[in-house]
Design a protein around this ligand. Structure first.
Ligand SMILES: [Zn+2]
Length: 261
């Protein structure tokens, strides 16, 4: 009789533990496990320890009762965060590719020990790659050539356009789309006078066909700083700004990051 009771107790406990974990991943509540510390929990959810303490009115961070349900504050998550529910057939790799995140980053952020056994229905926290790009011009943006494949306006050859072209009279101020460090400032082939800025998160931005360059290599620039004046240098059919956003050296569709009316 006593033994049966113990079995029931074990069964109940396992269910509770299972639910605790699933729950924790989805709705941001955490069931404190035996021996678990607050800082471990904070790390698990990548939220500041202080936020958990405040959200749960914890008086002593050293003594945290096993079995207590903690609220994991969502507001501690950055605006870059979103959640994804694992579907049948998903892998960390496919989820990562869909969201433009390295699968290893997903593994790290979500504390996944074995990426091969990804539980269907599990919520995966996606930390989008650093956004925050601003417009490189202050004049109304008029796109004269889109990103992607097109016949080259000068050579006529069908080729990939790695950036986006904005109409800009020669001498129009060009602004750093985001804070960063200047990695190139000078002439480069068809781009004419071009500035390249390196940003956090393996991003670079490029500003081509400039008439004047106002920055030097190695210089740090804040977002919105004037880096040069637009022009018509290099291979170009008329004054415009060629603007590129690159991630790990590969061009990205700029409209993914900046809104163009
Ligand atoms: Zn262009």
């Amino acid at each position: 009789m006593k033994r049966r009771l113990i079995y029931i107790l074990i069964a109940v406990l396992s269910v509770v533990t299972l639910f605790g974990t699933a729950f924790a991943a989805g709705v941001q509540q955490h069931l404190v496990q035996k021996g678990e510390t607050l800082s471990e929990i904070a790390q698990k959810y990548q939220v500041p320890l202080k936020s958990i303490i405040q959200a749960n009115s914890i008086k002593s961070a050293h003594r945290i009762r096993t079995g207590r349900t903690l609220r994991i504050p969502r507001e501690a998550l950055t605006f870059e965060d979103s959640w994804y529910k694992v579907q049948p057939g998903d892998t960390l790799f496919s989820i990562g590719r869909r969201h433009n995140v390295e699968w290893r980053d997903l593994q790290r952020i979500n504390g996944i020990s074995s990426p091969r056994s990804l539980q269907i229905g599990r919520m995966i926290r996606i930390s989008e790659r650093a956004p925050g790009f601003g417009k490189p011009l202050r004049v109304p943006l008029v796109v004269t050539s889109k990103y992607g494949y097109r016949p080259h306006p000068v050579t006529g050859r069908y080729q990939h356009h790695a950036g986006i072209d904005f109409r800009a009279a020669t001498g129009t101020r060009v602004y750093a789309s985001k804070a960063g460090r200047v990695i190139f400032a000078g002439r480069r082939g068809g781009y004419g006078k071009i500035v390249g800025i390196e940003h956090e998160g393996n991003f670079t931005t490029w500003y081509g066909h400039l008439s004047r360059i106002r920055v030097k290599v190695g210089q740090t620039v804040s977002q919105g700083r004037v880096i040069g004046l637009s022009g018509n240098t290099g291979i170009s059919t008329g004054p415009h700004l060629h603007f590129e956003i690159r991630y790990k050296g590969r061009s990205e569709k700029p409209t993914k990051y900046i809104t163009i009316p």
